[in-house]
Ligand binder design. Structure first.
Ligand code: GCV
Length: 679
């Protein structure tokens, strides 16, 4: 009997002992101290402030270093959400001008502790590059996520406001630990319903959880809400009753959520309603909402992602629509611009709007969810893409007018500044589907805080916090991460190719894709223009002249084939198959080499990863290993599909020294992924 009891107890314990490492702790793996090592004193503010209390608690729970004083000095306004850390032998003094600065400083100290960094004796001053550091969730009210690859939405709308999932607070803590202070809860393809009283009560419940972590809630709004919810005949922004409806709605929201952040709007784009439905402009629409939010300090993020099926090049349209409106937006409107002129492709030139509209506040929109980068199946570390964009020189005010500068306070009219990214988070136990996709969430937060950090530094921090600090692990894995984005460009769309993916789900290659009668600007042929002469989109003065939207000298740099950076060559030019590249190879040969190189790089990632087995837990090791296998298979799929299809036009052999295709083109053409989302 006794033995049986013991056996039973042992069996009951197994699940706990063998609990798989599921990645749910993200980069927050500090080990809890049994008992606080040092006191944490608070000066200048009541410790009852929930954010200050939280900062103190995090340090009491996890900080192993010297004693700490947390101090608020409201006079130090220049610190904004930032902080100053001074250290002498015995004590660390943290000064912030707002409570949230103390919490961010606590995470700074813990990050240093966990990554083995040293607190230098000189003082540390950190001031964020952007005031508003925001995640855009594309979460629908039915729990699905547009372009979401990590499970269903985190927000359990049906259970709210009564039941609060523990994940809400974990989410807020993770964001606060990297400085994110804003979240747009719902999809930009917005349901008007989110503004009805029932949903607002749910939104308030989330805002109440997030508040002490310094996170404000924003909502995407449907421009037709006055008509849909308010029963008005239309939603014309110049009509008094429409304006009154929005003012009343703003009042209702702020009564519930006094620190509500504001609205994000996708208008007159991809079928969404907007001011143009009534012959009004984007400025008319944005300003009406801005006026409603203004008394409460709310913001409008108005998206510039607009295009219509016209004869003109899609890449030119946002600029054409927005530049005439320069200077016409209220000061609480920021125009939110995707990093490139098309749509989050593996590589695009920067969006020329960043170098235009000097009298308009502008913000960047990145995409963390890998809509065009292998979903949550491919390991693609996006910091190098973000860096490339931030470092792009717009030449708006001469050389050195980088996007980083143009969007941060220095170049942005001394108004509130912001930066956004489409979230990659869902209900999956590891939050992002792929363990390494967590790094993209992390990297965005870190760059929103400090837009000068290098991709390598962020990767190093993240690996150390998430997996291991052993050099034998950190160095090779960092190399995988740093090379991964270029690998994806190579096996998917090298040399400036874009939009070659399958219609609808955007996962695999379909350069042949064509839907008779479908919108040309949704078809791959519209972009690659492959024919017997060559391949690429002529955006020079001989073609669509999109290059004219770039400031000199970029117009010529991009517009003259010989000057054009080769990694954007086919974005800007239609180039003959036998064109000589700088390497001496012909374009066709170079294209083959790029696709091949992409495949070889992923194979190399597999080899490196397999050697890492002894350094980490078996669960995450195996999960990443199997995803790399899938990535390698997909890379071959992309290469075989694109090269064999383009070969029909080039009429040339794949260089004989390269791997041969293993799929038949006809077989690849038959692949149809049944769902919008392939996971
Ligand atoms: C939210 C692309 C995506 C859409 C997305 C849109 C946008 O077109 O495929 O799913 O819609 O961008 O950013 O508004």
């Amino acid at each position: 009997m006794r033995v049986q009891l013991l056996l039973l107890m042992a069996l009951l314990c197994i699940p706990f002992l063998a609990r798989p490492e599921d990645g749910s702790q993200l980069w927050l793996r500090f080990s809890k101290l049994g008992k606080a090592i040092h006191g944490v004193d608070i000066l200048g503010i009541k410790s009852a402030d929930p954010t200050v209390a939280l900062a103190k608690q995090e340090l009491l729970d996890y900080w192993k270093g010297a004693a700490i004083t947390l101090q608020i000095d409201v006079k130090q306004k220049q610190l904004k959400d930032g902080y100053q850390i001074n250290q002498n032998e015995k004590k660390i003094q943290v000064v912030a001008s707002r409570p949230i600065g103390l919490l961010y400083a606590a995470y700074h100290l813990l990050r240093l502790q966990e990554t083995g960094g040293q607190l230098s004796s000189s003082k540390i001053i950190e001031i964020p590059s952007y005031d508003i550091r925001v995640l855009n969730h594309w979460d629908n009210l039915d729990g699905t996520i547009e372009r979401g690859y990590a499970g269903h939405s985190l927000w359990h709308w049906a259970e709210l406001p009564k039941k609060l999932s523990p994940r809400y607070e974990q989410y807020a803590r993770a964001n606060a630990s990297i400085g994110i202070n804003a979240t747009v809860l719902n999809n930009v393809n917005a349901s008007a319903q989110v503004l009805d009283a029932g949903y607002l009560a749910k939104v308030k419940a989330l805002a109440d959880v997030f508040r002490k972590y310094g996170i404000k809630v924003y909502l995407s709004v449907n421009f037709s809400s006055p008509k849909i919810l308010g029963g008005l005949p239309d939603s014309d922004p110049l009509r008094k009753d429409v304006q009154r409806w929005w003012k009343a709605k703003a009042k209702e929201i702020y009564t519930l959520i006094p620190d509500f952040g504001g609205f994000l709007v996708k208008a007159n784009s991809e079928g969404q309603p907007g001011p143009q439905d009534y012959g009004r402009t984007h400025a008319d629409g944005a300003n009406m909402l801005a006026d409603a939010l203004k008394p409460y300090g709310g913001m409008v993020f108005w998206r510039a992602f607009v295009y219509h099926p016209t004869k003109d090049d899609r890449a030119k349209q946002a600029y054409q629509e927005f530049v005439p409106l320069d200077g016409k937006f209220r000061d609480n409107v920021i125009v939110q611009i995707k990093n490139g002129p098309i749509d989050f492709q593996p590589r695009e030139p920067f969006n020329p709007l960043f170098g235009a509209m000097p009298h308009t506040a502008k913000m960047l929109e990145f995409q963390l969810t890998q809509e065009y980068l292998g979903f949550s199946n491919h390991l693609v570390y996006l910091a190098p893409l973000f860096r490339e964009v931030l470092d792009s020189d717009t030449f708006a005010h001469g050389e050195g007018s980088t996007i980083a500068k143009m969007t941060a306070s220095s170049g942005n009219l001394h108004r509130e500044t912001a930066i956004a990214a489409v979230a990659n988070i869902g209900q999956d136990s590891n939050w992002t589907g792929h363990h390494f996709a967590q790094a993209n969430w992390y990297a965005f937060g870190r760059l929103a805080w400090n837009n000068t950090l290098s991709s390598a530094q962020i990767a190093g921090e993240w690996i150390g916090l998430t997996f291991s600090r052993e050099e034998a692990f950190v160095d090779p894995v960092k190399q995988i991460m740093l090379n991964s984005r270029e690998a994806a460009v190579d096996y998917m769309m090298p040399l400036g190719l874009h939009h070659l993916f399958a219609f609808d789900h955007h996962y695999g290659p379909e350069p042949w894709g064509d839907i008779p009668g479908g919108r040309p600007d949704w078809m791959p042929w519209y972009y690659h223009n492959a024919d017997s002469l060559g391949i690429g989109f002529d955006r020079s003065i001989y073609g669509s002249n999109a290059v004219a939207q770039y400031n000199p000298p970029l117009d010529k740099r991009y517009g003259v084939r010989a000057n054009c950076p080769e990694n954007l060559l086919l974005w800007f030019h239609h180039v003959p198959w036998d064109y000589r590249m700088k390497s001496g190879k012909t374009l066709w040969t170079a294209l083959c080499y790029h696709y091949d190189q992409g495949v070889q790089k992923v194979r190399e990632f597999q080899k490196v990863w397999d050697r890492m087995e002894k350094h980490i837990d078996p669960y995450r090791f195996k999960s990443v290993q199997s995803k790399l296998r899938m990535q390698a298979r997909d890379a071959v799929w992309w290469k075989d599909a694109c090269l064999q299809y383009f070969q029909l036009f080039s009429g040339q052999p794949i260089p004989y020294e390269l791997e041969r295709p293993i799929h038949d083109l006809e077989e690849l053409k038959r692949i149809k992924l049944p769902m919008g989302h392939h996971n």
